[in-house]
Design a protein around this ligand. Structure first.
Ligand code: ADP
Length: 702
């Protein structure tokens, strides 16, 4: 049982050999678990339970009463159970101090009962355990005692094993090369004595030892020897162990020769054998070896899956000493992958299991062990701090990059905000300017309107004084024809001027909101026909097909502002006559429907360009199209119609097609009245002359 704590690489291999030893050792005595009566197996859980409750108890007194209570004075039962318990303590819990304590008890009772073989075995166990705990002096004492006893009973195989143990006792301070000749001598002795059991045993041990001593050919020779030994079918437990060691040896050699594929093949074989004959310790080791190999081969994922398998098996059995190298490899892989966080986690775990494993053997001479542990701790801490530093570096870099990006974003946002603010200010300034300009325009417009109104007002009195005498003169009887004609022209021009002044003053009134409605109950049909009839002579003169329809029940009366209605009719018809050429058509319709009076004037004249149509009701609008002849006019007529329609609570709309004609439609609500007032017509419009002169013809000279 060569457990070398100080050389972790050899340690694992030795564990495997140890396992093999145990199987071989147990077979002749018949003390493996399978032979333990079922009733005895209940003791182990009790021991385990106590161990868990008293992790710091190094006396292990509690084990003896448990067994004594179970077996009473039955020596065989006691012996059987003590051996079973120490095997469990050694293999399952790896609690060597407790195992030594139990072995001491076996030694005592075996001596009392003169059971030399059992006494020798107890000494052998104690020797191995002390050796494993780094106490070679104590180990040697026990081994010598065991050797003495085995020699007495002539147990050749055990003698060979003990001799080998003594040879390898100082391996911590020696190299394998130094003891290899002695080991070979032991093999030669076994061969010479015809001891096949010891021969096979030595060959198996030498596979590893020669490999360790870098005698690879020699190691291969030992493998060849073992391989030639026939095995039974199905395999016996010790044959399983033998073949596992053979395949493992082949795998190590192949790995050494860098033949990784072959190494993988043999590790796989060994692993399968481990799985068939449950030998968890070796199985976990094979998994780890395979993991390392696959990692070397670049199969990181496969390697990780082997490691995870090994980890879960080792964790189930609480095999802390096996978990340590598993996590060491995991940390190595994680670090190589740049996954520093996991590397740190695994290193910490490795340290944790190392510490827990060491606690199990507390209370013995652990001076050297502690020194090593401290060294390990220091290097682990160094590693930890290195990894932490790397993590911090990575974090710092991320933080710096993050900060830089945030600052960049902030800068962009700030620039955007500044630009937007600038634009807003600029817009506000422009808005102010536009506001000011529109205010100025409004006040200019108001001033202009005021001026027009004032001038018109001033013109009205002299105009009345002009028109009055003309009227009086026209009534004279002795006037010549020429005088009458000239006076009539002057009279009509005066009236036209009066009309224009009246319109300008009306607009001003509307603007100031001073325009009032003067509604009168009016019989509609005679009212409109009176004015429509007056356009007939003009139509005749201009050879225009003029027609009108009044769709209002005879005798129906409504409240209307007569002057404004007359003005609207006059303005719309004047435009129609103005823009309709000879042989054209003009039709007018007056109707009353659902309390709304509708006035429609349609002509087949020049029509209105689509660009002009939306503007015809704008005040002072005149077309500026180059293809339209300059017609003169003021742009007041339609605007006034619209103002009146709105004043009545109604609307005016125009539709037109250029070259085909236009339609104007006014409609507004009226209140129908019952009593019919007599309609006293206003003086005739004198359309003929008025329209012809109003149609923007230059004033007649002469
Ligand atoms: P004015 O006739 O004094 O110029 P209006 O306000 O009556 O002013 O008319 C504005 C403009 O609308 C006219 O200059 C003309 O271009 C257009 N317009 C009005 N009525 C007609 C129509 N029946 N046919 C074609 N164009 C018309």
């Amino acid at each position: 049982m060569q457990l070398v704590f100080y050389q972790p690489i050899n340690f694992i291999r030795s564990i495997c050999i140890c396992h093999f030893f145990l199987i071989l050792a147990c077979v002749p005595i018949g003390l493996n678990a399978q032979n333990t009566p079922a009733a005895d197996l209940v003791l182990w859980p009790l021991v385990e339970q106590h161990l868990d409750q008293r992790p710091s108890d190094t006396s292990f007194q509690f084990i003896l009463p448990i067994v004594r209570k179970h077996c009473g004075n039955d020596f065989d039962c006691q012996l059987r159970n003590y051996f079973f318990i120490i095997e469990q303590l050694e293999r399952k819990r790896f609690n060597l101090p407790a195992a030594i304590f139990v072995a001491e008890e076996i030694k005592k009772i075996a001596h009392q009962h003169n059971a030399k073989e059992d006494e020798a075995k107890a000494f052998r166990y104690i020797g191995n355990y002390y050796n494993a705990l780094g106490e070679p002096q104590k180990a040697l004492l026990s081994m010598n005692k065991a050797l003495e006893l085995y020699q007495k009973i002539g147990e050749k195989f055990q003698i060979t094993k003990l001799k080998l143990n003594k040879i390898t006792l100082n391996l911590t301070h020696q190299k394998v090369n130094d003891v290899l000749p002695e080991m070979n001598a032991l093999l030669d002795q076994a061969v010479a004595a015809g001891d096949t059991h010891s021969t096979l045993y030595m060959h198996l041990v030498l596979i590893d030892a020669a490999f360790e001593a870098e005698q690879y050919d020699e190691s291969a020779e030992h493998i060849d020897f073992v391989e030639k030994i026939p095995v039974s079918n199905p395999l016996r437990p010790n044959e399983y162990s033998m073949l596992i060691l053979v395949h493992r040896g082949r795998a190590l050699l192949a790995e050494h020769q860098n033949n990784l594929e072959k190494a993988a093949y043999h590790y796989q074989k060994a692993l399968r054998l481990c799985e068939e004959e449950p030998s968890l310790w070796l199985e976990i080791e094979m998994l780890r070896f395979l993991a390392k190999l696959e990692w070397k081969r670049g199969n990181t994922n496969l390697s990780k899956s082997y490691l995870n398998k090994a980890q879960s098996k080792a964790e189930n059995l609480k095999l802390d000493d096996l978990l340590t190298p598993i996590f060491a490899l995991k940390a190595e892989i994680a670090e190589a992958e740049g996954d520093f966080e996991n590397a740190l986690r695994y290193t910490k775990k490795k340290y944790f299991y190392t510490a827990r494993f060491s606690n199990k053997n507390a209370g013995f001479d652990l001076r050297n062990y502690n020194l090593q542990l401290e060294k390990d701790q220091l290097s682990t801490e160094n590693r930890n701090s290195e990894l932490q530093l790397q993590i911090k570096n990575v974090q710092l870099r991320s933080v710096l990059i993050g900060t830089f990006l945030i600052l960049l974003l902030a800068a962009f946002l700030f620039i955007g905000w500044r630009t937007q603010r600038k634009q807003k200010r600029h817009l506000a300034v422009q808005n102010d300017l536009i506001q000011q300009q529109s205010e100025q325009l409004k006040s200019l417009d108001a001033a202009k309107s005021r001026f027009f109104a004032n001038v018109s007002h001033e013109l009205r009195t002299p105009l009345t004084l002009l028109v009055g005498p003309i009227h009086t003169l026209l009534k004279e009887k002795h006037l010549t024809d020429k005088q009458t004609r000239l006076l009539k022209i002057a009279d009509q021009s005066g009236k036209q001027l009066e009309q224009l002044i009246a319109e300008i003053l009306d607009l001003r009134k509307l603007e100031l909101g001073k325009m009032e409605l003067e509604k009168q109950a009016t019989e509609l049909s005679p009212f409109f026909s009176h004015y429509l009839v007056q356009f007939e002579s003009l139509a005749e003169r201009k050879q225009i097909d003029f027609s009108y329809k009044i769709n209002v029940t005879n005798g129906l009366a409504a409240n209307i502002d007569r002057a404004k209605c007359r003005q609207m009719l006059y303005n719309l018809l004047s435009n129609a006559f103005k823009f309709t050429p000879t042989h054209g058509r003009i039709s007018t319709e007056v109707s009353l429907q659902n309390g709304r009076l509708q006035l429609t004037v349609a002509d087949s004249g020049t029509g209105i360009h689509p660009d002009d149509l939306p503007h015809v009701f704008d005040r002072f609008f005149q077309t500026s199209r180059p293809d339209k002849p300059v017609e003169g006019g003021t742009g007041i007529g339609l605007n006034l119609c619209q103002e009146y329609a709105q004043l009545f609570g109604g609307t005016i709309e125009a539709s037109s097609r250029e070259g085909e004609g236009s339609v104007f439609r006014v409609q507004f609500p009226v209140t129908v009245v019952d009593d019919l007032p007599a309609f006293r017509p206003a003086p005739p419009l004198e359309i003929e002359e008025e329209a012809s002169t109003m149609q923007r013809q230059p004033p007649a000279k002469d």
